[in-house]
Write a protein that binds this ligand. Structure first.
Ligand SMILES: Cc1cc2nc3c(=O)[nH]c(=O)nc-3n(C[C@H](O)[C@H](O)[C@H](O)COP(=O)(O)OP(=O)(O)OC[C@H]3O[C@@H](n4cnc5c(N)ncnc54)[C@H](O)[C@@H]3O)c2cc1C
Length: 395
């Protein structure tokens, strides 16, 4: 088993780290206040191949395997301070490009993927509604078939990239009585009459990742824009979530490493009681804990990516990676705030913003409770027990 990246993987990660450190995240503090994504940054990511990573060459991509994508994005996160940009890019890559690639028709892929890759179109994935969050497939948005169109009605909320997206993957049911089996996915262009985007709630963190609410009122979508088969939505969502949970937080591994490096520098330079604070075991052990958590999250992410590359659809590692990375990030940034003392409670370091940003990652792509629930389901722990004739319980 080889745990070291290849020279090519190292070079790609380093190139994206450099991009992140030198060309992305400008005006971050100002854009945090105005809650805006920097369009120039999006384009610079596209030009550097970020949105091309997993997409095959015939659609303008680089066709890289999931593990290489994870390493590349970790490098990007190591350099880039704008976590909102990174999460917006992740939603675009894993919840839009990937399902389009895996379930789209040839015509749909040729129509949308090149523009998603070259940065001229941004993707958004819309499933969450006011009444259905963790239980996403209990949604109420309806798709009524009328000849060669579906007519969509409903509302979606918390949709990352909605204010800037050109393409939405919208989930709706073709028959509310069918429950999750009626859910179907649609590719909806932004300029489709009947689709409007509203601003919605203000976020605690990840403020530079724009999000919003979608209202669908008699929104007519051609049958040719259905993604996958009718009633295949639950499978498409499960597949998209496996990719998203494996890879959307890969940049956060890089962010954590940068935070640890900064904390280490600070602990070696700040003096109290005639000593650098790093000599106090409570401080040094706090940094050691950060590094151990990061290594665990990193290995789980690599394993999830590896399983994706092997086509292992039953793997529990996508959820394990999402859970461990998001929970580790929150604890690490909380510890970083403490390590900086009074400074940590100001905006002078990145720790408080990183903490606010990381809190969102324990909810997006499913809450931590849901990661545990899906893992329990995959491990066969939640199968209903049946009673045999002689009174025994069987799975
Ligand atoms: C930063 C961010 C970005 C997002 N981007 C998108 C996006 O692009 N597209 C999109 O469609 N959605 C998006 N969402 C929405 C996100 O997917 C939902 O917020 C999430 O799935 C939780 O749903 P909810 O908010 O309705 O909470 P609820 O489902 O109401 O959960 C409330 C609480 O109950 C707990 N809970 C619920 N069910 C169970 C259970 N069975 N067992 C144990 N505990 C349970 C939850 O863990 C949580 O603590 C985003 C959210 C965030 C924070």
């Amino acid at each position: 088993m080889r745990l070291a990246p290849t020279d090519e993987q190292t070079a790609l990660a380093e190139r994206l780290r450099e991009l992140g450190a030198t060309a992305l995240g400008g005006d971050l503090e100002e854009r945090e206040r105005s809650r805006t994504l920097q369009p120039g940054d999006w384009q610079r990511c596209a030009d550097a191949g970020v949105f091309a990573l997993p997409v095959p060459k015939e659609y303008g991509g680089l066709g890289l395997d999931p593990l290489t994508c994870a390493l590349a994005l970790e490098g990007l996160g190591r350099g880039c301070r704008d976590n909102g940009l990174l999460i917006a890019a992740g939603a675009h890559l894993w919840a839009v490009e990937l399902p389009l690639l895996l379930f789209g028709t040839e015509e749909q892929k040729r129509r949308h993927l090149p523009a998603l890759v070259d940065g001229s179109s941004i993707g958004a994935h819309a499933i969450t509604e006011a009444g259905s969050g963790s239980d996403a497939l209990s949604l109420s948005a309806v798709a009524r078939r009328e000849g060669d169109h579906y007519v969509l009605n409903g509302g979606k909320r918390f949709i990352t990239n909605a204010p800037v997206a050109g393409l939405f993957i919208v989930y709706a049911t073709v028959n509310p009585e069918l429950g999750f089996t009626g859910v179907t996915a649609f590719l909806v262009d932004r300029d489709t009459p009947g689709l409007t985007v509203e601003s919605g709630f203000e976020k605690t963190g990840l403020r530079t990742a724009p999000w919003g609410e979608i209202v669908l009122r008699e929104c007519r979508v051609p049958v040719a824009n259905r993604l996958g088969a009718e009633k295949q939505g639950s499978r498409i969502l499960a597949t998209a979530m496996a990719w998203e949970r494996s890879l959307i937080l890969a940049p956060l591994l890089g962010t954590m490493q940068r935070q640890i490096d900064e904390c280490t520098r600070y602990a070696r330079s700040r003096e109290q009681f005639g000593s650098i604070i790093g000599r106090f075991p409570s401080v040094s052990h706090s940094v050691v804990g950060m590094q151990i958590r990061l290594e665990a999250a990193r290995l789980l992410t690599y394993r999830a990516a590896w399983d994706l590359g092997r086509g292992d659809t039953g793997s529990v590692f996508p959820e394990a990676a999402q859970l461990e990375t998001s929970e580790s990030a929150v604890q690490t940034f909380l510890d970083a705030v403490q390590l900086y003392g009074g400074l940590g409670y100001t905006t002078a370091t990145d720790a408080e913003r990183n903490l606010r940003d990381a809190l969102g990652t324990r909810i997006s792509s499913g809450t931590s409770d849901m990661q545990r629930k899906v893992m329990a389901d995959k491990l066969g722990l939640t199968v209903r027990a049946r009673h045999t004739a002689d009174g025994r319980h069987t799975p």
